[in-house]
Design a protein around this ligand. Sequence first.
Ligand code: GTP
Length: 376
Amino acid sequence: MEDPHSQNAVPSTSATKDKKPVAIITIGMAGAGKSTFVERLNAHLHSKEPPSPPYILNLDPAVTYVPYEPNIDIRDTVNYQEVMKQYNLGPNGGILTSLNLFTTKFDQVLNLVEQRADSVDYVILDTPGQIEIFTWSASGAIITDAIASTLPTVVAYVIDTPRTTAPATFMSNMLYACSILYKTKLPFILVFNKTDVQSHQFAVDWMADFEEFQAALATDKGSRDSEGEPTFMNSLMNSMCLVLDEFYKNLTAVGVSSVTGDGFDGFLAAVEASRKEYENEYIPELKRAQAKREKTLQQAKDENMSRVLKDRAIDREKNPAGALADRWNPDEEDEDDDDGDINIIDRSEERGPAEYIDVTRARRRETEEINWPRPG
Ligand SMILES: Nc1nc2c(ncn2[C@@H]2O[C@H](COP(=O)(O)OP(=O)(O)OP(=O)(O)O)[C@@H](O)[C@H]2O)c(=O)[nH]1
């Protein structure tokens, strides 16, 4: 494990101008403090001398309030409530489908990010509150691959430190982090957040020396059954910590408080170290991903389009009269329809009011009974 306290390596902004910006993908369990972390990181970068305002993407369609001003906001592109209504989905399905719709436009996002590559040092992605919606979805993987094949990219895994002090919770969290590391294969920073409430030193100690973790496990309540024998969970965790010992060697851990701003220089130092790791270890792998990216984005678009066409064909077969009425008539063309193909909004360009992917468009003629296709 790298030294979490080394803060000397923080690059000056001017020194990084000739480099590509680093993309920071912020993920973490619901309530770990991702949004607050992004807000503080944004403030921290603004307060640097000279200031280094980041380019921020909010990928959470369901969030009602974000404590920072994103440059690109998924909510400007996809109306989450409308998606839930039209697809008859619950909240998680709504978030996932919104992310899927947004992903079909991600090439536009990449273009906007690439246009800013010369003027920013950091591109920050805030992800949906439900971690698995991003980490275990096809869209999350496509977005991650697309960003990582464009810019040096690092995953910041935000952890709720006060809620991770029990050995079993700590181990569960580390196993989750481990699964994401091996899924993304990207440089990975464990960000122990909320250190104003609980120091992350216990975690650093457990990661540096598995015997310390085993000692904590031995004194933990519930580690022995009624006959004084170690419980199954206890034995499992005892051996798992030996496995994770190897995993910790690939990680950097830092402690931050998103409330007080403590530890953010350390975090930026870890990001800079990760950039080097990316350049030395990940670029060969990502060159292959770059070729794949083009194919996957095109495939996602094609699949969506063929699903729409298939569904419309079925509807038209069922309702030939409606299909006949659904012919394009240039005389009826609505002036408002002339919105081009631009759905992604760069707020820093001071675009007009939000433009949504119009998921209701297929229902424009109420009498026609042509339904928008269901996902899957
Ligand atoms: N004390 C303390 N509280 C924090 C810190 N960071 C975040 N919080 C609090 O933790 C709670 C959750 O923070 P959020 O930023 O909304 O967490 P999130 O991970 O974005 O949550 P989701 O929106 O569910 O994904 C809020 O009440 C924050 O004020 C911190 O460093 N210290």
